[in-house]
Design a protein around this ligand. Structure first.
Ligand SMILES: Cc1cc2nc3c(=O)[nH]c(=O)nc-3n(C[C@H](O)[C@H](O)[C@H](O)COP(=O)(O)OP(=O)(O)OC[C@H]3O[C@@H](n4cnc5c(N)ncnc54)[C@H](O)[C@@H]3O)c2cc1C
Length: 287
């Protein structure tokens, strides 16, 4: 049997952050509940207070304005999938939504919940990293924006203070001619935890690679950018040798563990294979 907890269902963001500030680390925000409720039931999580964000208005939706795409934190995976704006401005995020869980979970699970759960295997995070996404955090003392690439501080550890909520996720609309994709390697096609996730974004300038982004999931304590691998391609012609070199370096940049799904060695090899494959596809698409 799981422990008892108090439930608060605030009507406004101000009320929510006030309750969180008063409760400190013993309170847990609740969005879709697809992580929180599973963790409470299995007793991995024993909060004193759950703060349900479901009645607060204005936390959902996808907008494109002033050259930036902005997601409300409670935007669901199903809403990402149904969005023409996401298909147009963030195809890699659309790829991740397509392979995310099953329909019932996709209807409840939210973008902020996926970021905040801190899982190294969180599927939306590599595409968002490859888009240079930023996360807005709002707390009792106001709002601040942090780059998603700086958000995580370790395994299931992040910059969010206990009284803060993720209130927006945004990124610049990629320049025309940028191609992005995400591949989830898993043991089954549906409802499986990612063994290796790779997101790539790549544009072209005068025949050379520009705006190269390579992000990896499930191969380090948190999702990461493979910056050295990006540097091998940035500003250079995408020759077969250079792509192979970037893929090899991306594999060196990760620190995968052995677990029930795969060995670290297999994960590292798959990073090399998948980075090469996705970069090649982006190069072909840009021809
Ligand atoms: C059957 C099943 C299949 C799944 N498949 C996948 C999958 O394929 N890929 C994948 O990546 N994940 C998967 N998950 C995990 C989960 O669905 C996702 O991580 C989901 O995005 C979590 O969102 P949520 O809204 O349900 O979060 P919740 O469970 O409500 O919250 C998750 C965490 O985020 C915090 N949080 C929520 N909203 C905010 C906010 N606005 N500000 C600050 N903190 C917040 C909560 O306090 C909690 O720590 C699966 C889960 C299940 C049960």
């Amino acid at each position: 049997m799981y422990g008892e907890f108090d439930l608060t269902i605030p009507e406004t963001l101000q009320e929510a952050v006030k309750v969180l500030a008063a409760a400190g680390k013993r309170a847990v925000p609740l969005a879709g509940g697809t992580n929180v409720l599973v963790d409470v039931r299995s007793q991995r999580l024993a909060p004193h207070r759950i703060v349900d964000l479901g009645r607060i208005g204005g936390l959902r939706g996808i907008s494109v304005e002033g050259g930036r795409v902005t997601l409300g934190p409670r935007t669901t995976i199903s809403e990402l999938l149904a969005s023409d704006e996401i298909a147009r401005t963030a195809p890699a995020l659309g790829d991740a939504a397509r392979v995310f869980a099953g329909q019932m979970v996709r209807n409840a699970a939210t973008v902020a919940g996926n970021i905040a759960c801190g899982s190294p295997a969180a599927d939306l995070v590599p595409p968002l990293l490859a888009l240079d996404a930023e996360v807005t955090l709002t707390g009792a003392r106001g709002s601040r924006t942090v780059a998603l690439c700086d958000y995580y501080t370790g395994y299931k550890a992040d910059q969010r203070a206990p009284d803060e909520l993720i209130t927006a996720i945004s990124w610049p609309v990629p320049v025309k001619g940028t191609f992005g994709s995400f591949y989830k390697l898993a043991r089954r096609k549906g409802d499986a935890i990612t063994v290796v996730g790779v997101a790539v974004g790549l544009g072209r300038k005068e025949g050379c690679c520009a705006g190269v982004r390579i992000a990896l999931g499930s191969v380090a304590p948190c999702p990461i950018r493979a910056r050295k691998a990006e540097g091998v391609l940035e500003g250079e012609a995408p020759t077969a040798e250079r792509i192979a070199e970037a893929a090899r370096i991306a594999a060196e940049e990760c620190s995968p563990i052995d677990d029930v799904r795969a060995t670290g060695e297999y994960r590292r090899k798959m990073v090399e294979v998948l980075v090469a494959r996705l970069v090649n596809s982006a190069v072909q698409a840009g021809k």
